[in-house]
Design a protein around this ligand. Sequence first.
Ligand SMILES: Cc1cc2nc3c(=O)[nH]c(=O)nc-3n(C[C@H](O)[C@H](O)[C@H](O)COP(=O)(O)OP(=O)(O)OC[C@H]3O[C@@H](n4cnc5c(N)ncnc54)[C@H](O)[C@@H]3O)c2cc1C
Length: 289
Amino acid sequence: MIVERDVALARYTTIGTGGPARVFARPQSQAELDEALALAATESLPVEVVGLGSNLLVADDGVEALVLRLEGELAAVGVQGESLVVGGGAANAVALHAARDAGLAGFEFACAIPGTAGGGVKMNAGAYGSDWVAVMSRALVVDADGPAWRTPSELGLTYRHSDLAEGQVVASVEFALRPGDRDEIKAKVKELNARRKAAQPTNRRTFGSVFKNPDHELSAGRMLEACGLKGHRIGGAQISPKHANFIENAGGARSEDAIALIAEAQRRAREQFGVHLEHEVQLLGALAP
Ligand SMILES: Cc1cc2nc3c(=O)[nH]c(=O)nc-3n(C[C@H](O)[C@H](O)[C@H](O)COP(=O)(O)OP(=O)(O)OC[C@H]3O[C@@H](n4cnc5c(N)ncnc54)[C@H](O)[C@@H]3O)c2cc1C
């Protein structure tokens, strides 16, 4: 198993910020994952996972943990009948490609989500009216007690939330899809990608939506736009001039700049709308808005 120490995590996050992981391991198989968990126990380190880092802010000072990135068999993609069976580290784009090649529909919405299957379970990722809970049949969760298959309800999947705890690693995910026409799947993906490009900053370094949408007539983005925050900058981080629920790395950003923007946005939404905006982005290391 590949084990490294003090590995800079900035290159493993889409926003491009964050300090080093004390220990960083890239298990390629279930056996190596078991080995990694044993290593964490020996070194008394908590276990954290990074997928494609597309919803992640890592503390600039780094993370005192064993950070895992699932590769090899743990990122493999396959189809069994109408099931899409993928490793927790598999990129959604690769999984979608396999589903389309096999003539399986229902996963097109994930074209807009630049993460992994495991990250999707953690976040109950979703877009365009669908999400993980709508298509996932079960996930293999591994922790210090060993592996166990869990259903979406056992995982407590709700809007951008799961009950997965620290140290629980999603090693495999099964999606129940339906037969579909390959050309129609392709056309749907093209349409969704075009909609995304028109509305969001797709060519900038971001971590996706900063906040969950509140229970309010305005979405988080519209609310922050009404607060006049579009383009607001702190250090190297900037609220997107295109969509106010995105923070961009405008050059040389640090995670603490993004955290300061999150705190400022929360303050303004509270003052102007009496609403507490809950951040969707996951925080790794000692970070708090
Ligand atoms: C441009 C852009 C657009 C986006 N659009 C959407 C969207 O439309 N809808 C949406 O829901 N999200 C969206 N996101 C956010 C993000 O892509 C999703 O939340 C995605 O599911 C995160 O997956 P990841 O593999 O990158 O996870 P990471 O960002 O690496 O990690 C996120 C969380 O999941 C945990 N995690 C990751 N892998 C595992 C695993 N194998 N086992 C256990 N825990 C794990 C991490 O520890 C962390 O807590 C967008 C992001 C970007 C940058």
